[in-house]
Ligand binder design. Sequence first.
Ligand SMILES: C[S@@+](CC[C@H](N)C(=O)[O-])C[C@H]1O[C@@H](n2cnc3c(N)ncnc32)[C@H](O)[C@@H]1O
Length: 504
Amino acid sequence: MTGPGERQYPRPVRSGPGSEPGRGDRRRDPRDGRDGARPGGDRRGGGRTGRTDVVDRPRRAAYDALAAVHRDDAYANLVLPAILRDAGLYGRDAAFATELTYGTLRAVGTLDAILTDAAGRDVERIDPPVRDALRLGAYQLLHTRVPAHAAVSATVDLVKTVGYGASGFANAVLREVAGRDADAWIDRIAPSMADDPVGHLALAHSHPQWIVRAFREALGGDLGETTRLLIEDNQPPPVHLCARPGLADPAELADEVGGAPGAFSPYAVYLSGGAPGDLPALAQGRAHVQDEGSQLVAAALAAGPLDGPDGRWLDLCAGPGGKTGLLGALAVQRDARVTAVEVAEHRARLVERATRGLPVNVLHTDGRTVGADPKLPEEHFDRVLVDAPCTGLGSLRRRPESRWRRQPSDLPPLTRLQRELLTAGLRATRPGGLVAYVTCSPHVVETHVTVTEAARRCGAPVDFVDARPLLPAGMPGLGAGPTVQLWPHRHGTDAMFLAVLRRG
Ligand SMILES: C[S@@+](CC[C@H](N)C(=O)[O-])C[C@H]1O[C@@H](n2cnc3c(N)ncnc32)[C@H](O)[C@@H]1O
């Protein structure tokens, strides 16, 4: 188990549909425990031979995705679709593999603490392939309706193919895990809420402590709300479409795609059942996939009251072009043009693709070159969006592994860049013009601190505009202003922050 030569992942071997003769007859719904995962599978030849045909394909796919994330630093949302395609998994099997992958990745902090206790050794000392298999098994035991015997035997079968000689160990650890339900495990291993609320919430809801602390601070110290946010972060994210104004009617689009009009954004359509697939409305540029919160903050910039000219709009951090797409569609109706700036070339190309047919000029350059680049003059633009790069702590639902990758040390370089970009945005704005500063993070260092610092340093007078009236009337939970923080648990959106500033 612990020899240095063994502490690595074997080459992924995918069991595609054609590689399992007769398997289709044997394998039934993997959730009902009759999925072909056999206790005592050693006798059937899995064992040290590395055979993968003893492992059902959804679990194998989930394992491969997990291994790619942990071994190669891959992103689950990028690798999993290819793995599912290669394995020929569709429908319920694909949904099960997706739930296992995303659920396990989100829960990994708590699962590791439980596995450490159950194994009697730090989970870091377990071979990585066996560790990932155990995580998958523990997730099934504690967070799905897979019967315990099926979760254990399927995981032991998996371990036989990835962690040579470790099946007995895996069996023993998982039987220990199965001895308690999730709540009982939290009672056993988490500090009490009274003694250590952050430690408790971090373990109970599988978030790093520094993120729990940041959420708690942004929520004014309210532990009840912090808990609701953490619970929401562990749910599969909704998929929203933006019906582009002038190009699609949201009610008609909702009928067309079998969705429902959004609760807040006048352009939002909620898709039921996950992935948007190849909807004609997307291919035809009538709509794009975009979280409702992103729609609201982009539309708020367009809604801000402005005296004087209003034809020059700037999006200083545009890639991949979601908000530029909405601003571009609004610009058509308002006889305006959008200049979209993006520093990463491939993302600049994505902005071009996302805004085809709209009055948008894409500039592949650094947004901080305002004043130095003749295409980005100072005091030139009427409305400016600075949707700055950030930690993304507001969209943890969408990237299940990101909470474990992000570190507090990411904050200083990011906040410096945010400050420089917002300062550049303010310099690019004409006197009287508006700037919307947006982050998909509620961390106060990326929100209030950045805005206050940039406004202080930009060398021009700057006033806060109350952003709340720029959002749809009657929207609840917008706080005391002038900035707005949206929340998954309050609004069903990503945790987008919005500050609207007027250049004096
Ligand atoms: C939060 S994302 C923007 C999302 C985008 N507004 C949307 O709605 O699709 C931030 C973007 O800023 C870009 N970026 C980072 N540094 C930049 C810089 N110095 N100048 C311009 N763009 C930059 C990143 O490459 C990234 O595409």
